[in-house]
Ligand binder design. Sequence first.
Ligand code: NDP
Length: 306
Amino acid sequence: MGNAKLIDGNLIAGKVLQEVSAQSAEFRHDRGRPPGLAVVLVGEDPASAVYVRMKIRDCGLCGIESFSHRLPATTTTRELLDLIQRLNSDDDVDGVLVQLPLPEGIDTKKILDSIDPAKDVDGFHPSNVGRLVRGDSQVLVPCTPSGVMRMLDEEGVDPKGAHAVVVGRSDIVGKPMALLLLHRHATVTICHSRTRDLAEVCRTADILVAAVGRPLMVQADWVKKGAVVIDVGMNSLGPGDAPSVILEDPARQSDFEKKGYTLVGDVSPEAGKSASLITPVPGGVGPMTRAVLMQNTLKAARWRTD
Ligand code: NDP
């Protein structure tokens, strides 16, 4: 990685989970029940199944009750909407998470829009997106960009006045990331697949966030000396298709490494030669995303019951 200091996502995520544990014990004491997260998995996608298992495990680690709902791939949009309605009106459920991607044939937008915004722990509902754009303080923000902001704070990186370049404009990562940096007074540039002279734009970044999904795309000479580099990418390299989530699961990582797979980010490790701080993959943004989901569930629980 060169001379850059590594930002330890596992360490910071551990701290977040500890905070959530303490606060959820307090919640339980005050309200007579733990915060609750409903996790809905439709179909048999193996990577999704691993994600869901990890989320349920995280709930257990920090005193959040999980309600697991597994539905067959043949489930209709109507049936899923009915389940979400039930979860929306269940008082023991503070967060509703529908694991994506949903099987073809289910109207994903309709499903996400049907989740009560107060229980929308992924922050995908239009009403939370609108609140984020406005910069409201009481808003559920998508977990990955929120986790990145916490990492910057932990490292004492103040985005104010900095030029932040976000590569990627997805609703899940790129767009909310850019908004969060903007609210913290960075000057933000958003890049995407049609951006001209991408390397040149990246070279002007004080804070560079790569959320692209292209293995090792960001080269060492795209990074300005002293820049802070956040690598959101999770790409598996190996003899065939391995779901990257499995590689990010520490319990299963060595199995997959033995089979010749590695998990790499969107940034070449050589970029660490110019950067001052850089997130590793694995062990960077991934664990933060999971920890923030727990934090969002606790926030939702508090806001709903205040
Ligand atoms: P999407 O595929 O939804 O978005 C990718 C973005 O990258 C798009 O905006 C696309 O541009 C842009 N892009 C693609 N190719 C290029 C290119 N050659 N040059 C410049 N921009 C390009 O992905 P996500 O945002 O969902 O995820 C991005 C990465 O982050 C993935 O590797 C994913 O696995 C990872 N991820 C990691 C998480 C974590 O917890 N660590 C959580 C979520 C995602 P355009 O819009 O023009 O098509």
